[in-house]
Design a protein around this ligand. Structure first.
Ligand code: MLT
Ligand code: ZN
Length: 498
């Protein structure tokens, strides 16, 4: 960019670096300079084009940005970030915009630009021998799953929003999904990263190495950082052999404790083939069958709890399906499980999955609700559900508890449905959240197991995180992003930095 195109500094360059850039709207001269820097086709400016980027997926957080930038290369991202660092302009990276906590939504006031990497969607390489794939951060997860499948491999990260979420997004949020039990969270699937740092330097750790003990593993800092330390522009991820087949079953149970006992039994008999173990209460199945077209309860009678379990068959063990069936039959015969149905076709498998995956959508249709994304050690979950349920019933007697999720990972969406369509959240919702999170803390659990902190849980992190860990987080932020331009106001409260 020529010197003549520079705008007046958005902030005085002499001023001490601000961890939270002051809330001044970005001047139009800076907006113009950014557009010039990127060239045509690489930004969106009209109100209509910006609108979808200014609101989160749940329509809870509404922000404003004067410009959405769409860089086409790592080099362009770096140039843009260098300019923003110079001018102390905040940058909000946004992937598929499916955050549950406003992590990718700008704040009000036109103080930040939104950066989408959707034009960076190239698969750079796929190495079937090393079971690895390197791709741009803007690639949609489903596209990457398909690419792995065409090479006879499996990219195991799988979640409801896989048709729209991006590689950069799932890495920046350290996504979980439905196969964590077998393959781990996103952090465990990343081999290498390329990141544009807040001063415009490029951290190039895009290697497909499975062993590398050369000092601190700095790339880990950017996984789950929600874009507050830099912009992930590409990654190398692990692939796995494609399972020879999967068997999916819906299992009816008396209680979460019975579900946990069944999980232990299945792990004993089938080992790591147990890939998915998702729990749902009766109320969740009712909501789905009521609101989601084409769904139906696969059992003849109503049961208190259900588990969607899936095992994947390694090539060598073609009888695993038979062993799964007989494990379930033994559990039913022994009275430890009420009933079970297995999918015998892809259509049936999809129908069972739909019952699980459509729960958030069904909850939205049901009216106002409150979400908690908690984790405790799995063996403590049954007691947690009991105590938490009693607590909620005391605070909002009319609320229905819709506690479902990833039982095998100890992660529950401890959600509440409080009314009919159009109803507002009751005034007691703050009290409910405090009670649930206090209980999580008493159980030694996490107040955000997989959805992150974003902007909605900043105060909660401040309240519940170990003070030493929190102080370290602030120090890391200060060192890597001294001007505080990366996703300002997310994860950490700059006002609380010590
Ligand atoms: C899920 O497991 O369905 C998602 O994490 C969404 C939710 O919290 O409802
Ligand atoms: Zn979940």
């Amino acid at each position: 960019m020529s010197a003549s195109k520079r705008c007046a500094p958005h902030h005085s360059p002499d001023a001490a670096p601000a961890l939270n850039p002051t809330a001044k709207a970005i001047p139009s001269s800076c907006v113009q300079a950014i557009k010039d820097l990127l060239g045509p086709q690489a930004w969106l400016e009209s109100g209509q084009d910006r609108a979808p980027f200014e609101v989160d997926f749940r329509s809870i957080h509404h922000g404003q940005t004067p410009l959405v930038v769409l860089p086409g290369s790592t080099e362009q991202v770096a140039r843009l970030v260098r300019y923003c660092a110079e001018q102390q302009i905040g940058i909000v990276p946004q992937g598929g915009n499916t955050s549950y906590c406003g992590g990718a939504t700008p704040r009000p006031g036109n103080t930040e630009i939104v950066m989408s990497l959707r034009r960076m969607s190239r698969i750079r390489s796929l190495d079937a021998l090393n079971d690895s794939m390197t791709a741009d951060a803007g690639c949609v997860l489903e596209t990457l799953q398909e690419a792995a499948a065409s090479a006879g491999r499996l990219l195991p990260m799988s979640l409801g929003s896989e048709g729209s979420c991006t590689l950069g997004g799932v890495i920046s949020t350290n996504a979980g999904g439905t196969a964590v039990l077998r393959y781990g969270v996103m952090r465990e699937l990343v081999l290498g990263l390329e990141v544009v740092l807040p001063d415009g330097r490029v951290l190039d750790q895009l290697r497909a190495l499975r062993k590398d003990n050369t000092g601190y593993d700095v790339k880990q800092l950017f996984i789950g950082a929600e874009g507050t330390l830099g912009i992930v522009t590409a990654a190398c991820v692990k692939l796995f052999p494609r399972p020879a087949g999967t068997v999916t079953a819906m299992i009816a149970l008396a209680s979460p404790a019975a579900a946990l006992a069944l999980l232990a039994e299945l792990k004993d008999r089938l080992g790591t083939a147990v890939t998915t173990f998702e729990i749902m209460p009766r109320v969740a199945v009712d909501l789905v069958c009521r609101h989601i077209k084409g769904t139906r309860d696969p059992f003849g009678a109503a049961h208190p709890w259900y588990v969607l379990a899936e095992i994947s068959l390694p090539q060598a063990d073609s009888d695993l399906a038979g062993r799964f069936e007989s494990a379930l039959a033994d559990a039913i015969a022994g009275g430890r499980t009420i009933d079970a149905v297995s999918a015998t076709s892809d259509a049936q498998r999809e129908a069972l999955w739909r019952l699980r995956e459509a729960i958030p959508e069904a909850q939205r249709h049901e009216g106002a609700g409150l979400k908690h994304d908690i984790s405790v050690e799995p063996q403590r979950l049954p007691k947690f559900i009991e105590e938490g349920g009693a607590l909620l019933a005391r605070i909002i007697p009319d609320a229905r508890l819709v506690a479902y999720g990833h039982l095998g990972d100890g992660n529950l969406h401890f959600n509440l449905t409080v009314g009919g369509a159009g109803d507002a959240l009751p005034a007691a919702s703050g009290q409910v959240q405090r009670a649930v999170h206090d209980l999580v803390a008493a159980y030694g659990g996490s107040i955000s197991a997989e959805h992150g902190i974003g902007q909605s849980k900043v105060a909660e992190l401040q309240r519940y995180e170990d003070p030493v860990a929190l102080a370290l987080m602030h120090s890391i932020k200060r060192v890597i992003d001294p001007r505080g331009i990366m996703n300002p106001g997310k994860v950490l409260d700059p006002g609380q930095a010590r």
